[in-house]
Design a protein around this ligand. Sequence first.
Ligand code: ADP
Ligand code: LRH
Length: 481
Amino acid sequence: MTTPTFAAVDLGASSGRVMTARIGPGTLDLTEVRRFPNRPVRANGTLHWDVLGLYGNVLDGLRGAASATPGGLVSAGIDSWAVDYGLLDGNGDLLGNPVHYRDARTDGVMERVRAEVGDDLLYQVSGLQFLPFNTVYQLVAAGAGLDRARTLLLVPDLLAYWLTGKVGAERTNASTTGLLDVRDGTWSRPLLDRLGLPGGLLPELRGPGEVIGTPRPDVAAETGLPGDLAVTAVGSHDTASAVAAVPAAGDRFGYISCGTWSLVGVELPAPVLSEESRKANFTNEGGVDGTVRYLRNVMGLWPLQESLRAWGSPDLGALLAEAEHVPARRSLIDPDDPEFLPPGDMPARIAAHCARRGFPEPATRAEIVRCVLDSLALAHRTTLREAVRLSGREVEVVHLVGGGSRNDLLCRLTADACGRPVIAGPVEATALGNVLVQARAHGAVGGLAEMRALVAATQPLRRYEPSGGTAAWAEAAARLA
Ligand code: ADP
Ligand code: LRH
């Protein structure tokens, strides 16, 4: 019997990829079929995602995946960054280009909603970190822009709709909207009514592993995809897929899903909705198999990405090598300061932030890179400690997955700052989580523990032991506080 092959479409905020994986007992071979940049576009003053450009790349990637798999693909699944959505009119046509979560349209909206509705209700219903771009605040900002809309689809659900013609809302990503009740897993009617939002826009929920449908005939004809290919719902929130593929054994682990964002937390069986948790601004997002991803969004590698863009995209490897030699923790930022959220001149914002907080202004590119990485490692430390304190979950080891796991300096700094061993990798944890959930749905692998053991046994990982310098990190945290 041949080993079945699955395709993952994984769209991150900085790039997208289509990958295939052969999955069977002791086998998990991931192959990249297509990778493409994900570049936001500002038009008429609004920052958009180029969703049709992305979809074109997805179709090309799936065409490539199908032709590279002579035995035939069993299934394909789609995940992407969270919170953003497209709106369909009554004919099922897309109404305008989805707006990017970093667009300024939500400025001040979260504060207004919090004042009107109250933090307690918002947190008790959704269990979510207060982030200005949560879908709920985007919808309030959109206001009359919703009038012609009949259906709201989160980005992976929108692409799945174009592929199959079927609408639905996958649960892990729905849990990032602020409109899903964290206790009973249904859309929160009381919150929708309270905010005056049209609940009819929200489609029926579906869970990871449910088959969504098969390619529409025109899609099959255009891509060469078999007409009977199962398009399967996965943990369509990229972070849910990444956490599903963390190569952990047991439950005493923390994770950092590190790319554009660093999602830092633990996996729990039930949400933590305490007042302390709300004040610490922790989130309870839905994971695969009804798990709770108890975490905080840390600004991640975005400040580095945006600095590189400002500098005309110089070689990252060379800059990281130079940054190794910059003295540690000389200049620090709080990466979670909202001033770093929008696109724009990042190096200037970093320098001004350091000066304001009494740190030397980083002068060279290498100093800026070092400042960002030291500050990110420090934020990893602070957030992990908070996650442990608020959840009571012991953490013996930290799994750092995603593109950031390629950054040797960051992994080392994170192990030192957290005072825990860091296991770095897989880089493509999200795509792996995506294909593994499909494989399970189609009988090629067992439950979460078996999926994780398969990742641990087959994927290249690196281990970083803490060097014992946690006191210096504690002192840095105090200087920044
Ligand atoms: P996202 O899914 O949010 O688009 P990724 O998980 O793809 O993010 O991670 C992208 C990040 O990974 C980049 O911003 C970069 O900092 C880091 N990265 C990618 N390749 C390398 C590399 N070779 N060395 C160090 N860092 C890297
Ligand atoms: C990471 C991510 C994160 C969300 C953000 C919008 O890609 O999905 O989990 O908070 O993007």
